[in-house]
Design a protein around this ligand. Sequence first.
Ligand SMILES: [Zn+2]
Length: 281
Amino acid sequence: MIKSIFDSYGTPILLGIFIILFILETKFELRKRTQSRLKRIIINFIVSIPAFALLRILLIPAMVWLAVKNQAWHFGLNYLFTSSEWIKACIAFLLLDYTNYIWHILLHKLPFMWRFHLVHHTDLDLDLTTAFRFHFGELIGSVFFRGAAVVLIGISPSMVLIYEIVFEAATQFHHSNTKLHFGFEKLLNKIIVTPRMHGIHHSTVKNETDSNYSTIFSFWDRLHKTIRLNVRQNQIVTGVPSYSDEKELTIGNLWKLPFTKIREWKVTERTGDKNINQLKE
Ligand SMILES: [Zn+2]
């Protein structure tokens, strides 16, 4: 099943999206780059190799295996009521996205998980390649959380894979440095996470990083009042304040980073527009 859905459809779709976004963010740049693009491409891709391999050989098989087993166990929300398969699929998709919103908050709030997620946030520019910059430790942690979510929701194996493809596509999209037409993005952001919204999550300003945790649908942040849209993109400094020395952020250091003493965040606050629900250009 993984081969027929994820490898046959997912991989070419995700590769296509990657190429399109790569061209778009080259032609229509949203935030000014501060680092060499080529250097970041190399660092982010090499750092991502172990996580990428684990995604394909551990996380996806584990989630599909649990979903298959669960068809016999009949455990989880979707087995508690009878309705059409379509409705169940929609509920599963939405709830899986909601659990990923919670997982992202835990990555920031649990000091042990922050060690790993920090690697993703130390990128000093934000673009398509940041979507791949994850430490393999974060991926191993997610197997337990996301596996439990699959069972608790009672999601079908094929839906696990469909969600995963959309999840990866959304991750590429909202990390990209693509300048969309502002009016269009404002509208789109009512439903899904867009580049301007996620750009604020990668800010060095603490209360901005502590917002916009959603992956696909943006309404989880609205629902829990963790949304913050009132920051102009040209005001954002990307990264983590105590890890801003480019020379330190080598591939080897990034792999080692979770196992070192984690530096405290130098807290800065931005005062300004009070309407946090209003997206800025
Ligand atoms: Zn984050």
